[in-house]
Design a protein around this ligand. Sequence first.
Ligand code: ZN
Length: 472
Amino acid sequence: MSSSTGMAAAVVALAVLSLMGLVGRSQGLLKPFEFRHHDNEEMRLVLEDIAGECSDVSRVATLTEPSVLGTPLYYIEFSKHPGRHQILNPEFKYVANIHGNEVLGRELLLKLAHYLCEQYRAGNPEVVFLVRNTRIHLMPSVNPDGWQLATDTGGQHELIGRYNNNSVDLNRNFPDLNSIAYSNEEFSKEDNNHLLKEVNSLTQPLQPETRSLIRNILQIPYVLSATLHGGDLVANYPYDLSRSGKETGEYASAPDDETFRHLAKAYSQHHADMADPNMKPCNDENFAKNGGITNGAKWYALVGGMQDFNYLASNDFEITLELSCQKYPPASRLEPEWERNRNALMNYMWQSHIGIKGIVYDANTKQGVPNAVVHVTNMTEGIPREIKHDILSAHDGDYYRLLTPGTYKVTVQAKGFQPHTKLVNVVQRGYGTAKRIDFPLHGHNFQERPLVHANQMPFNGWINRPQPIVVQ
Ligand SMILES: [Zn+2]
């Protein structure tokens, strides 16, 4: 084809495409956001419109399996290079509407996606910096069937629509890793992370929505996330299951309790009134008197929740946000709720940049070392306090260790290498990226200590095992 015919063909093609409305969208006007309850099809259209208008920094995708009734589980991603993990860019996610009748989070995430696109295009320096330095995943509805049922029945019942279409509470359907973690603590077993490999049996079959979420959790090296619920106003942090089995009132601290309390406050204190003690509480407990946060088990214990699963199966730190007294607020409440939550939603995403990050690499070849174990001891108060929750480096050797300000001894080990220890001072920083501390590793000598996590591998194969695990 000559260049002139090529050009003519291209012009014709462009004309046809533009008639179809398929070009010029990246220069087009982003449709104004409508505050209303979007149904499952409208949700897809909103996400696709946003991704079309911000195509250089976003894309829409689905989790691996649809819901029981076949509705795809959509998410939108914002990053410098959508679709790929970028070395040294932390991965973040917000997940909403896992309880189908708790609908505020779903609309907040649609609006947040719209806001990120709009502000990125407008050159808002905060949003531009955040999007270029973080990979953000927004999943507005992981229980669209429950949402449909709640909506079709008026949305005002406490439980109708909470479950998926098999009547299963998805936030109780994750494998129970807490019991494994607590047993390991009790018997001084060193395994304290990526515990899915120790699961031998499930108490109930995994639902398609749960399987999809688990695959996503194992595939993406998430650093931080939150799941959005309704029915109260509080930021809830791990653990959700008590150690004794007590149903309420027993504080179950995670090894990263200090960091989790910081993360929960990073939301509550930036919300309009979650941490305001003068606000009337939604229910019996006045969480605002405690800064708008609560330990999960202290409030009420639950087994099989997504929050603790993230922490114990992956590197991800997750908290649970209860965002409104009303589970299904009227459409007229959506815009004011966005205003009450906007700063908190933004501030929380920034927390994926606290602590330290860096690359673990082979000092000889300069190649990144995946699955290196990053172990931290808090030295801030003079007496060493080990944090018994290690994180692992990702595929290219990059690691992210969320920490609050203080002094820490950080030891990195990997099979075939000598351990490398550094003393690190973490200081409070404004909005910016985490302090970078790299760990070059040298080949081991004869003083090698047995590795605690010699067999530690990200457990991507687990979910696809042909004969997975016994269901009791
Ligand atoms: Zn809920």
